[in-house]
Design a protein around this ligand. Structure first.
Ligand code: NAD
Ligand code: LMR
Length: 330
């Protein structure tokens, strides 16, 4: 039997938590043969609800779930954690932009970043889901100077999945045949869902669109639909996306730690390294391939002039967010 992996989840009593924990305990994230210990963090008023969730986890009798720890102390939750999903934060409501949450949520990530640095496993892999995810991840990373910055990431997998489905629906093609999608930039309205590299069974999506006289679909429908999908879900449900967000988080960590999709790349928001002219100092969505816990940014993709403009708009928004939280960056 393998040694158990300690997985810490913040905001575990929230809506995403409820959609995440049972699938992780079932092995969807780290595999059906991997024992796990869940270390669940939420704030004091949520402890009773959190205990209820822990009772339900017990009642599932998941074979690989060795232990469930519930706590309101981040030191307990993060101790020796090898995987940390930072979900705990306020979600936006109708009419808000994700960056409107910066003030309320930024402080959470500076404190929790410091505690991660003190008590988590040195090779811990961190995925930030709480919004605004890219800048919150930057805050956590900067407050954890003892950890490898490459082990911090923010979630853009939901945008990636949304984009794949929009193409599959438009072209009446199976989801699994849509490859080489990429969402550049920030998990926000400025993100750039880029169809120019996407393929269906080896054929360029843009060629198929052109052949059907749908040249304008990308700029006029696809990009705005994906950019605004989070708001559309909030409008429809009265609550922000939860099951699809949990599903994206599981896919992100699974591919990062175990392997990337066969013959494809995925989008992860990771510390910029100068690739594609995006300077260091922000977490930015890039296409990556993963192997054994390491990711590599896919290099040398051609970028159109319009694409470059979209990419820089999103970068500039991230710079603006960083400026607003500079007091939280060490
Ligand atoms: P929710 O309000 O249902 O749950 C949030 C939970 O976090 C609550 O239980 C709350 O008590 C807890 N929490 C608050 N402060 C905390 C702290 N300091 N430490 C630990 N826990 C704390 O919200 P949700 O729907 O689960 O969404 C959580 C976050 O995820 C929001 O910021 C939302 O905008 C974001 N989100 C991101 C994506 C993405 O693609 N990156 C997708 C969906 C939602
Ligand atoms: C989403 O994209 O669904 C989440 O980031 C929630 C939101 O505020 O849009």
């Amino acid at each position: 039997m393998k040694a158990p992996i300690r997985v810490a989840i913040t905001g575990a009593a929230g809506q995403i938590g409820y959609n995440l924990l049972f699938r992780i305990a079932n092995g969807d994230m780290l595999g059906r043969e991997q024992p796990i210990i869940l270390q669940l963090l939420d704030i004091p008023p949520a402890q009773q609800a959190l205990r209820g969730v822990a009772m339900e986890l017990e009642d599932c009798a998941f074979p690989m779930l060795q232990q469930v720890i519930t706590t309101d102390d981040a030191r307990v939750a993060f101790r020796d954690a090898e995987v940390v999903l930072m979900v705990g934060a306020k979600p936006r409501g109708k009419g808000m932009e994700r960056k409107d949450l910066l003030e309320a949520n930024g402080a959470i990530f500076s404190e929790q970043g410091r505690i991660l640095d003190e008590v988590a496993a040195r090779h811990v892999k961190v995925l930030v889901v709480g919004n605004p995810a890219n800048t919150n991840a930057l805050i956590a990373m900067k407050n954890a100077p003892g950890l490898d910055p490459r082990n911090f990431s923010a979630m853009m997998r939901l945008d990636h999945n949304r984009a794949i489905t929009q193409v599959a629906l438009k072209l009446f093609q199976p989801i699994q045949d849509i490859k080489k999608m990429v969402i550049w930039g920030n998990h926000s309205g400025t993100q750039y869902p880029d169809l120019s590299h996407a393929e269906v069974r080896g054929r360029k999506v843009i060629d198929i669109l052109r052949q059907n006289g749908w040249e304008e679909w990308s700029e006029k429908e696809f990009i705005p639909t994906v950019q605004k999908r989070g708001a559309a879900v909030i409008e429809a449900r009265g609550l922000s996306s939860a099951a699809s967000a949990a599903n994206a988080a599981i896919g992100h960590v699974h591919d990062w730690l175990l392997h990337s999709h066969h013959n494809d790349w995925v989008t992860m928001s990771v510390p910029s390294d100068g690739s594609y002219g995006i300077p260091e100092g922000v977490l930015y969505g890039f296409p990556v391939t993963c192997r054994n816990g390491n990711y590599q940014i896919v290099k040398d993709l051609p970028i159109s002039e319009l694409g470059r403009k979209h990419m820089m708009d999103s970068y500039n928004e991230l710079l603006g967010e960083r400026e607003l939280v500079k007091h939280l960056l060490r």
